[in-house]
Design a protein around this ligand. Structure first.
Ligand code: RRO
Length: 306
């Protein structure tokens, strides 16, 4: 299928930050390249300057998923270009680079730098990380999002995907603002802000960052409702994600209005989850007499109360 100018072998990709392709290549060698689980690879968020990330502990397991407070550890733009990009360019699928800045200008610098790189097929703007120390999330406000997209749009001809937050009043308003100012696609959902307390120290937050982002099956119903809400507001393609563990659940995300599905938290349990979900999705579609997946995507808005 074609998606944002990329040729995808199937409609399942990864959610940013949930699959470390460089570590996986070290662990599995070239077998990873022969059986890469995703149709495109979205890399972990890159910031302009290197970051250590949040203090530990960074993870808390829930009955229906987990809470992370990773805090964007990364090598920064220069480190990414020198160390990560050459390795990620060897993957057998298109590369989507996820970037985040603390100001519009910072995001602009990142976008302009990647605009030059042929290895990069598309850019995802992370306006939705719940784990930044400022607590400020550009993607919670349609006007901030509009101003950001307007600022970076002239800096690249590559497809721009805006990663939306569920932690706002109206993801539909934010998506519409992104589309109106030049976004080529939107992706959702990022994690829902949550917290957990230390099991032996009453009242003390477990996570080093205090709060974190909830992901996994616990957020699947929220993701479906938000994808449906956004589908009713925009024409651009949607990358839908949130708690998908099976082909049947991926099909639900497509039914809600997504064009492509991302697998996130499930890859921590099974690094090949993306390939399994893609195979199950193919079977689900074949069993219902619908194929290929891209033609099956529901176009008309489905009822919702947003
Ligand atoms: O690194 C993180 O803590 C993180 C990021 Br950038 C994000 O976008 N979503 C998330 O749950 N964690």
């Amino acid at each position: 299928m074609r998606f944002l100018g990329m040729e995808l072998g199937h409609p399942v990709i990864n959610a940013s930050g949930t699959f470390d392709a460089i570590a996986a290549r070290r662990a599995f060698g070239d077998a990873l390249l022969e059986r890469f689980p995703f149709a495109a690879f979205v890399s972990k968020t890159v910031t302009l300057e290197p970051r250590q990330g949040n203090p530990p502990p960074r993870l808390w397991e829930l009955a229906g998923g987990m809470i992370n407070s990773i805090g964007l550890p990364n090598k920064g733009l220069a480190g990414y270009l020198e160390h990560d990009l050459p390795q990620l360019a060897e993957l057998p699928v298109p590369l989507i680079v996820n970037v985040m800045g603390f100001t519009r200008e910072e995001v602009g610098e990142l976008v302009a730098a990647f605009a030059e790189r042929d290895e990069v097929a598309a850019l995802e703007l992370n306006v939705s990380c719940p784990n930044v120390e400022t607590g400020m999330i550009m993607g919670a406000d349609p006007r901030e999002t509009a101003a950001l997209v307007e600022h970076v749009r002239p800096l690249t001809r590559k497809p721009l995907i805006v990663k939306l937050t569920p932690n706002c009043t109206s993801p539909g308003d934010v998506a519409a603002a992104a589309e109106a100012h030049g976004a080529d696609a939107v992706s959702l959902i990022n994690t829902l802000r949550g917290m957990a307390f230390h099991p032996r120290r009453p009242g003390v937050p477990w996570l080093g960052g205090g709060t974190g982002g909830v992901s996994g099956p616990a957020v699947r119903a929220v993701a479906l409702a938000q994808v449906a809400e956004v589908r009713a507001r925009v024409e651009v393609p949607i990358i839908g994600m949130g708690g998908v563990q099976s082909g049947r659940q991926a099909w639900d995300v497509l039914q809600a209005g997504a064009d492509v599905v991302a697998v996130g938290t499930e890859s921590f349990r099974d690094p090949m989850a993306g390939a399994r979900v893609a195979a199950e999705l193919r079977e689900t579609l074949a069993a219902s007499g619908i194929a290929p997946a891209a033609d099956a995507v529901r176009r008309e808005p489905i009822p919702h109360n947003a």
